[in-house]
Design a protein around this ligand. Structure first.
Ligand code: PNS
Length: 165
């Protein structure tokens, strides 16, 4: 059974991430989307909210589940008996850090294979950070994120801007 882990902060999940999840679901028997719990960072959305957004967005994908992890990714892979790590790629510049992470993970767990999936060109310039910035400043982010995420931003910034009215 080919089990893959798609790790990330997903703060919040974007349509770019969802595209990668849909592609991965076709390639592996089971895909675990694993939300990183990073105690050193204060996320915009809690881990429960982030997991809930992803769960709602992948409800149509039977072989995709959602979980969280902390600590080393390779330890999580071992715990789940997963052999593959999924990472999405947007720009060539992503490769610099991604190759570093893939090489480190390979070193720590030689049987782990990192699989890179290019995001759809339509979403290539989207990141969770840029979406948060645009939402904070009152821009319309509806087409970049799943509906539940859009509503969560709307609730958070209710009354601050005009775009959500
Ligand atoms: O969505 P992100 O923030 O780009 O995801 C980064 C993530 C979660 C994949 C990476 O930070 C990670 O794997 N963290 C777990 C700690 C770890 O295993 N570090 C060493 C491997 S590089």
């Amino acid at each position: 059974m080919k089990i893959a882990v798609y790790p990330g902060s997903f703060d919040p999940v974007t349509k770019g991430h969802l595209y990668v999840m849909e592609r991965s679901a076709k390639m592996f028997d089971h895909v675990i989307v694993a939300v990183l719990v990073n105690v050193k960072k204060t996320p915009f959305f809690s881990v429960e909210e982030r997991m809930q957004f992803i769960r709602q967005s992948v409800a149509h994908l039977e072989n995709v589940s959602v979980d969280f992890f902390s600590g080393l990714l390779v330890h999580y892979l071992q715990e789940k008996k997963a052999q593959f790590i999924i990472r999405g790629l947007r720009f060539v510049s992503d490769l610099e850090t991604e190759l570093q992470m893939a090489s480190m993970n390979k070193d720590l767990l030689p049987e782990a294979e990192t699989i890179f999936i290019p995001t759809h060109h339509e979403y290539s310039y989207i990141s969770s950070s840029i979406v948060k910035e645009v939402a904070r400043l009152g821009g319309d982010i509806q087409r970049f994120v799943p509906e539940q995420v859009f509503h969560a931003f709307t609730a958070r910034y209710q009354g601050d801007h005009g775009w959500q009215k």
